[in-house]
Design a protein. Structure first.
Ligand code: GDP
Ligand code: MG
Length: 458
């Protein structure tokens, strides 16, 4: 997702970061790069132009604080502006219950799939208990079956009337049944029929369904891979049936980013959710700030943390975090952390979310290196792990032999570990500025994940 855009923007940011003074001439080349990166990601021309103008104005207008270098300020400006472009924070789901959600969009955009995904998401995150999925597609019986299968798989209530001829009347009736005491749905999602393109017929049908349904949320489901075309579709739908949000799907595919980046500023409608795969769990709230950071190759630390929280033993994670805070983190903890991390899935997926590592390709080689790191730590005695300072030459040699590695590997690991610990001490001591400086150095200018962060992955 957005790989090309990230690569180009990362390069532009690298140029910016190196600047010791922000003048119009100084920043011009990087801004040209930023704009061309956006354009080649299929971002709307005007959006790209306005974006670079705003970045320029902010760069020149920002008073430079002594402690940070001007280049870093410029990078922050780009990141902030990109966040604004993607939307301003998240808008919570409408609080009314039973909650009524209408899904509209072109055929193939992912409406039916998203109906089930959204219901599942709202059950998990918003405490809704009884979703009912209503099929409002009279044209294609297969589409009704598809929704029925998805609903059954998730154990959701499902309603359809395959013999109906008037779609609006049918929706009114089915929704009433779903919300009646007997069924007592607290969430009703109506999945409408799409067309291959926006036309008068479709708009008319959607409006009639909306009037019969009286939804609290109207979400346009849009395929991110369509780029600018998706933005045009959104504009037309919004004119006809005011939207409260967009669900951007297929962000896992080869979307170049244009749709995500232009949607909000062109239509004014916020992106509320995103689809990231074919499975029912591949769906999430859209967070503009996290997405901006991910696009800029600064990783997505927050998502990483949340992902970790889902799989990783909560108590254990808290214990480790507390130890980090107290700077009392030893190799024993490190081993535990590494084992937790393995539970989170393929390393490549995790690295994509880490700051400055978005472009690091994690393949068999890196997985092997991590295995090596683990082997080294496992070859240490408990006492050594607890107190790495006692690791003298002969202990290191023994560990290298025991883990089938070289002494230089052991040395490198210990060095990185002490850097990591040093940083924890600084955090504890509240030496934020000093820490930022060190991170800049250690991340090799790549965005500063602490020390390239993870011993064994340099
Ligand atoms: P509809 O015509 O708008 O109802 O679209 P569907 O829900 O039937 O989806 C069309 C196709 O897109 C199906 O094959 C889905 O599995 C696929 N799809 C939907 N959302 C996503 C997504 O976020 N990622 C991927 N990779 N495929 C998706
Ligand atoms: Mg469908």
């Amino acid at each position: 997702m957005f790989a090309n855009l990230t690569e180009k923007l990362t390069k532009a940011l690298r140029d910016l970061r190196g600047l010791s003074k922000l003048t119009e001439d100084n920043i011009a080349p990087a801004l040209v790069e930023v704009r061309s990166a956006l354009m080649s990601a299929d971002v709307n021309f005007k959006v790209a132009k306005d974006f670079t103008e705003r970045v320029k104005a902010a760069c020149l207008g920002t008073a430079v604080v002594d402690s940070v270098n001007p280049g870093q300020m410029a990078v922050k400006v780009v990141s902030d502006e990109l966040t604004k472009l993607l939307g301003e924070g998240e808008r919570p789901i409408d609080p009314r219950r039973p909650l009524r959600v209408l899904l509209v969009g072109l055929q193939g955009s992912g409406k039916t799939t998203s109906a089930a995904k959204l219901a599942k998401h709202l059950v998990k995150k918003e405490g809704l208990r009884k979703p009912s999925l209503v099929a409002a597609d009279l044209r294609r019986p297969a589409a009704i079956d598809q929704l029925e299968t998805l609903a059954k798989n998730e154990g959701f209530d499902f309603r359809a009337d395959r013999a109906a001829t008037d779609v609006a009347g049918m929706v009114g009736r089915l929704v009433k049944e779903a919300e009646a005491a007997a069924a007592a749905a607290d969430l009703v999602i109506v999945d409408t029929a799409g067309r291959l393109q926006v036309d008068g017929d479709l708009m008319e049908e959607v409006r009639r369904v909306r009037d019969a349904f009286q939804p609290h949320e109207v979400f346009l489901v849009a395929d991110a891979a369509l780029g600018q075309q998706a933005v045009d579709v959104a504009t037309k739908f919004h004119e006809s049936t005011p939207l409260t949000g967009i669900i951007l799907t297929k962000l896992d595919g080869d979307a170049r980013g244009g749709a995500a980046l232009s949607m909000k500023s062109v239509t004014g409608v916020p992106i509320r959710y995103m689809g990231t795969g074919e499975k029912s769990g591949d769906f999430d709230t859209f967070h503009p700030d996290r997405m901006a950071q991910r696009i800029l190759g600064m990783g997505d630390v927050v998502s990483l943390v949340e992902k970790a929280q889902e799989v990783v033993d909560q108590k254990e994670a808290e214990r480790l975090a507390e130890k980090m805070r107290k700077a009392d983190f030893d190799l024993e903890d490190f081993l535990a952390q590494m084992q937790q991390m393995k539970k989170m899935g393929p390393l490549g997926d995790i690295m994509k979310m880490m700051p400055g590592m978005g472009n690091v390709q994690v393949g068999a080689k890196e997985e092997k290196m991590l295995g090596k790191t683990e082997a080294i730590v496992l070859s240490m005695t408990r006492k050594e792990r607890r107190n790495p300072d006692i690791l003298n030459g002969s202990r290191r040699l023994r560990i290298a032999k025991g883990s089938g590695t070289q002494v230089s590997d052991v040395n490198a690991l210990i060095k990185q570990f002490s850097q990591m610990r040093e940083m924890m001490r600084m955090m504890k001591g509240g030496k934020g500025k000093e820490l930022m400086r060190r991170m800049g150095q250690m991340g090799g200018g790549r965005g500063g994940f602490p020390g390239g962060g993870f011993p064994g992955l340099r």
